[in-house]
Design a protein around this ligand. Structure first.
Ligand SMILES: [Zn+2]
Length: 351
């Protein structure tokens, strides 16, 4: 293999590495094709996951209409101000009543009584400390965070703000990628070394521009994430692959305090399969902890969403012999089964 081919392969490997987003499992990345009204929901962790986060490969599509890595607040308050945490597997467990001194920031994590909760953006913590200063208890602060995260009008504002603030990033990041992987090799093969060097200098100017844009985002648009955005700006100045992914990295801050359901509702994508599945999880809780979560989140979402539209039977075209279905996960069963094995015994319904 020639030196040039080796260089290109290494560059491609670094680019793919930069395309992996490490996200907490309560994230749901919404992705939309150009000119489409419908979002695709992608969950982290299908490829690989640790206790705190899962990997999601986010290769850039040719014509993307939007990308929003949305996130649920870290904890939710149940009865008598007891706080609950959703585990990786979607199971909720009780952390007891908490005081502000039980919540400690530890790098990219929030440490709660020895449990580490991965955070993607300082914006989530800034919102909590703002509520703390206003005299909220921990439970009240998380309750308020959920209210804000689930508000479709707020989600619409966050979406507009991000689209406006990131318009140049969304254009220049793909230009840099194409310039690096297509322009540079072509110039090397078919023209002079001087042309290639001049083009490299132009690509670096693009990196400087991307870096300046990130700096500005941290200064004027998302000041709560200023430190993280400045670090990205510095890396984008030095590492081409980081600059190519700058838009995706910055979008983590933009949507850190927006729930995916709120963004779907604000854009009118009510037929979204993820939203339907999420609503059925709320309608048919599978355990006592699930029921506590459902009774907390249902009144908040009911203001914006008619749950009855998702309480429908699944299609059974490919399994006509099935006579029953699980109303929660839509698994199909024969007449002999009465409860769903995947949903801790939710009662089945007949077609
Ligand atoms: Zn089920």
């Amino acid at each position: 293999m020639s030196v040039q081919a080796e260089f290109l392969l290494i560059a491609l490997a670094l680019f793919l590495w930069e395309s992996l987003l490490w996200l907490p499992m309560r994230n749901c990345v919404l992705k939309r094709r150009w000119r489409s009204r419908h979002w695709q929901a992608r969950m982290p962790g299908h490829l690989f996951a640790t206790r705190a986060a899962g990997v999601l490969p986010l290769l850039p599509g040719p014509l993307e209409g939007g990308l929003a890595p949305c996130q649920s607040p870290a904890l939710f308050p149940g009865a008598e101000n007891v706080l609950h945490l959703e585990s990786r597997e979607g199971v909720f467990f009780n952390l007891g009543t908490l005081d502000w001194k039980n919540l400690v920031r530890d790098g990219h994590h929030l440490r709660v009584n020895g449990t580490h909760i991965r955070l993607t953006s300082p914006r989530t913590l800034a919102a909590l400390s703002h509520l703390r200063q206003r005299g909220y208890s921990v439970s009240q602060a998380f309750s308020r965070q959920w209210q804000l995260a689930l508000s479709p009008s707020r989600a619409a504002r966050e979406w507009r703000r991000w689209r406006l603030a990131s318009s140049t990033l969304r254009f220049f990041c793909p230009v840099l990628t194409v310039g690096f992987f297509v322009g540079l090799p072509l110039l090397y093969l078919y023209t002079s070394l001087l042309n290639m060097l001049l083009f490299s200098a132009w690509l670096w100017l693009l990196m400087v521009f991307i870096s300046a844009q990130l700096w500005w985002l941290g200064r004027r648009v998302y000041p709560e994430a200023r430190g993280a955005l400045r670090m990205d700006a510095l890396l984008s100045l030095l590492v081409p692959f980081h600059a190519m992914r700058a838009s995706e990295n910055a979008s983590l801050h933009a949507f850190a305090t927006t729930h995916p359901a709120a963004l779907l509702l604000s854009t009118g994508d009510l037929e979204n399969p993820w939203l339907a599945h999420y609503s059925r999880r709320i309608l048919f809780p599978a355990s006592p902890a699930d029921a506590a979560w459902s009774s907390f989140i249902r009144p908040l979402l009911e203001k914006h969403l008619d749950f009855a539209r998702y309480d429908t039977p699944p299609g059974r075209d490919e399994a006509e012999e099935s006579a029953r279905y699980c109303p929660r996960c839509h698994a199909l069963y024969l007449k002999t089964t009465t409860s769903c094995q995947d949903c801790h015994g939710v009662a089945l319904r007949e077609f």
